[in-house]
Design a protein around this ligand. Structure first.
Ligand code: PLP
Length: 390
């Protein structure tokens, strides 16, 4: 079978059982209780991670017009949540050889910007940020700290705390995330319990999500002989595949019981899934040359394995010719996807290191559909490509 970064790659044929289960509202309630217990906090489920991030900003003491520090290498969904809350995203460049900003960047921004009142920590691709330093600085300077767990559910920081237990947090259960319920999210907060008005996501959206596991299974399994490719083409034309970037942060919706049940099941397997991702990342790490890698981090949960190469488009093309489809890169622009950059307040040159990271980024898959033999095959193909570049 062809290898993909996305297209339902968190699912195997055995998961088609989810077409027949997941409609018991008691499971949804049990999931909320589970999350409350895990994070020792209150929980509001949402249909998207960006909605949870929006709630985290709206339900804080922050005011409209306040500035919010975000990673300079991020997703448009983060920009959207901050902007929808009436606040202004301020981009902090990543540290050298890292995908996250560090304490130095936060201190510098705070010194220059008197309106900087909040900071969102992102743990890009599951690499832990310097939470202890950032938390201490945020507390000292009365900045509101939010953990964005879109990439890092289940990850532990270097000080041993689990992501989501340090501050108010936004979780995403969207396609290709560590917990993938096709869509979904949760706002985790520690203040007093609040009632949030949320509306149902709508049956059109629900049905697209519901058939996603089946549809993507068919696409991936039939890709090599062409049927899957054609089916993918038709579904996209008919707009029958849910698009990860669809939806505004401000439009806070409830996920269906089906999404909640699916996310709950994946939480139960999370330890195993992260161990698998790390094992695959280790194989990549051992077989690839140092000059194209980021330092291995035993704490990282490796949502994807990042590489830096001088010509990502050429490597993506080379791998495609070998049945490895990884063109869906997180991220190919400082505020990704690149087509949305013009809608943001990011100014070219603002974060030079983030721009460099984006221009060289390759993501290798670590999900359940990649095994050790696949990972070895991928590294062989990359080393082959590298030998043609010298
Ligand atoms: C860093 C980051 N935060 C938040 C989100 C929002 O997640 P969702 O797509 O569930 O709204 C994303 C989406 O990929 C992301 O990459």
């Amino acid at each position: 079978m062809a290898i993909f970064n996305s297209l339902g790659s968190n699912y195997k044929a055995k998961h088609l059982i989810h077409m027949f289960t997941g409609f018991d509202p008691r499971q949804r309630d049990a999931f909320v209780e589970y999350l409350k217990d895990r994070y020792d906090a209150n929980v509001q489920l949402t249909y998207k991670g960006r909605e949870a991030l929006y709630l985290a900003l709206k339900n804080s003491k922050l005011k409209e017009g306040d500035h919010v520090a975000v990673n300079g290498y991020t997703c448009y969904a983060v920009y959207d949540a901050v902007e929808a809350a009436g606040m202004v995203p301020v981009y902090l460049d990543v540290e050298e050889n890292s995908l996250n900003f560090g304490l130095a960047q936060l201190k510098q921004a705070h010194k220059k910007d008197k309106k900087l009142r909040a900071v969102i920590v992102q743990n890009t691709l599951g690499f832990p940020a310097d939470i202890a330093g950032i938390e201490k600085f945020a507390h000292k300077n009365k900045m509101h700290l939010i953990e964005d767990l879109a990439h890092s559910i289940g990850m532990r920081y270097h000080d041993g705390r689990e992501a989501g237990t340090v501050a108010d947090a936004a979780l995403s259960f969207s396609q290709d995330k560590a917990v993938d319920a096709v869509s979904g999210g949760a706002y985790v907060y520690r203040g007093k319990v609040q009632e949030f008005i949320t509306k149902h996501l709508g049956y059109g959206k629900f049905l697209k999500d519901y058939y996603y596991i089946w549809n993507t299974q068919f696409i991936r399994s039939g890709y090599v002989w062409g049927g899957g490719k054609f089916y993918n083409f038709i579904l996209r034309k008919l707009r029958w595949l849910p698009k990860p970037m669809d939806g505004a942060a401000k439009n806070v919706r409830r996920p269906d019981t089906w999404h909640a049940t699916l996310a709950f099941k994946q939480f139960k397997d999370l330890g195993k899934t992260i161990a698998h991702r790390r094992e695959i990342a280790k194989i990549y790490d051992e077989a690839l040359p140092k000059r194209i890698k980021y330092a291995f981090d035993d704490n990282a949960s490796y949502l994807r394995y990042p590489l830096r190469v001088s010509d990502p488009a050429s490597l993506i093309k080379h791998l495609k010719s070998k049945g490895i489809y990884i063109s869906d890169t997180w991220y190919e622009a400082p505020v990704s996807p690149a087509r949305s950059m013009s809608k943001t307040n990011y100014e070219s040159g603002r974060c030079p290191l983030s721009e460099q990271v984006a221009s060289r980024m390759i993501n290798l898959p670590t999900h359940v559909n990649v095994d050790a033999a696949d990972a070895e095959k991928i590294t062989e193909r990359i080393n082959q490509w590298l030998s043609t570049q010298e």
